[in-house]
Ligand binder design. Structure first.
Ligand SMILES: [Zn+2]
Length: 122
């Protein structure tokens, strides 16, 4: 399962980070997930629990912020958000918009650790 290997590598990364913070307990990991990332949110949440089992991250939470898809419209010369990821057309002028500006993210943005009750921005 694609999502499981992603979850496992995130758990590994967070475990290392927590160890560097003097063995702090990770409470949550915040992730930005684009709708074009090819990763299914529900599957990733499910995989996270499996990946955390038996690690120092057991019981931690995966917080996913979904990122909608934005494209650059060459006609309007600006960014447009797409209502649907099936149709890559500008919602305003209907021009074809092959250039994706946002929406492919799979990015860890923060770790919440308990020791000092503050998040670490990576
Ligand atoms: Zn346009």
């Amino acid at each position: 399962m694609h999502e499981l290997s992603i979850a496992m590598s995130m758990v590994e990364m967070a475990t290392e980070e927590a160890a560097q913070q003097g063995g702090a307990q990770v409470r949550a990991l915040h992730l930005r997930l684009g709708k074009l990332s090819g990763v299914v949110k529900e599957a990733l949440l499910f995989s996270w629990e499996i990946a955390c089992e038996g690690t120092p991250l057991a019981g931690s939470q995966l917080v996913i912020e979904e990122v909608s898809v934005a494209v650059y419209c060459p006609v309007c010369r600006t960014e447009r958000e797409l209502a649907s990821i099936q149709h890559f057309f500008c919602p305003v002028c209907q021009a074809a918009t092959p250039e994706v500006v946002r929406g492919k993210e799979l990015q860890v943005v923060a770790l919440e650790i308990t020791e000092d009750h503050q998040g670490v921005i990576l």
